[in-house]
Design a protein around this ligand. Structure first.
Ligand code: SF4
Length: 174
């Protein structure tokens, strides 16, 4: 079964505003409108991290949103792609240095695609999503490949050392 092809044709997106001004969020909604029609790529804006392939984050990380962001990211199944949408999500933007601002999202979760702008234009968002699709396909293919372990699996107290095995697989997920 070629999961990479299926996933690329119907990726599910989770949109999360970590603390922005809603400017970027309005542009994301514009992408869903008939004019830009991002659903032509087979995308659905879902509300469930456990069913999402792409995390689209707007706004800077705040003290209150930090834990939610990491929790949502952890709940998404592998392979997953993160898009930082707008200057705030990438660096903190206009909120950088404020008492409640923790900065860009890449300080807390790994980011695959940065979309610049304040606010971002729908064309830029669509371009970022298309880049994310290529990365998602690559990550899916990597997961489908049989893993060649770098070392023989060791037994410790009659159990496989799963930590070492996980270290071998980790580069495939990044
Ligand atoms: S990048 Fe600009 S438009 Fe987007 S959330 Fe930040 S301040 Fe608002």
């Amino acid at each position: 079964m070629n999961l990479a092809a299926y996933r690329k044709k119907s990726p599910w997106i989770l949109h999360y505003n970590a603390g922005g001004c809603n400017g970027c969020d309005i542009e994301i909604l514009a992408c869903l409108s008939p004019k830009y029609d991002i659903e032509r790529f087979g995308m659905i804006n879902t509300g469930n991290p456990k069913q999402s392939d792409i995390l689209l984050v707007t706004g800077p990380v705040t003290k209150r949103s930090r834990e939610r962001l990491v929790e949502i990211y952890a709940q998404m199944p592998e392979p997953k792609v993160v898009i930082s949408c707008g200057a705030c999500a990438s660096t903190g933007g206009v909120f950088r240095g404020m008492y409640n601002c923790e900065g860009g999202i890449d300080q807390f979760i790994p980011v695959d695609v940065y979309v610049c702008g304040c606010g971002t234009r729908p064309e830029q968002i669509i371009d970022g999503v298309v880049q994310a699709l290529a990365i998602l396909e690559k990550k899916t293919k990597a997961l489908e490949e049989p893993v060649q372990l770098k070392r023989a699996a060791k037994q410790e107290e009659g159990q496989l050392n799963r930590r070492e095995l996980a270290d071998d697989i980790k580069p495939l997920l990044t």
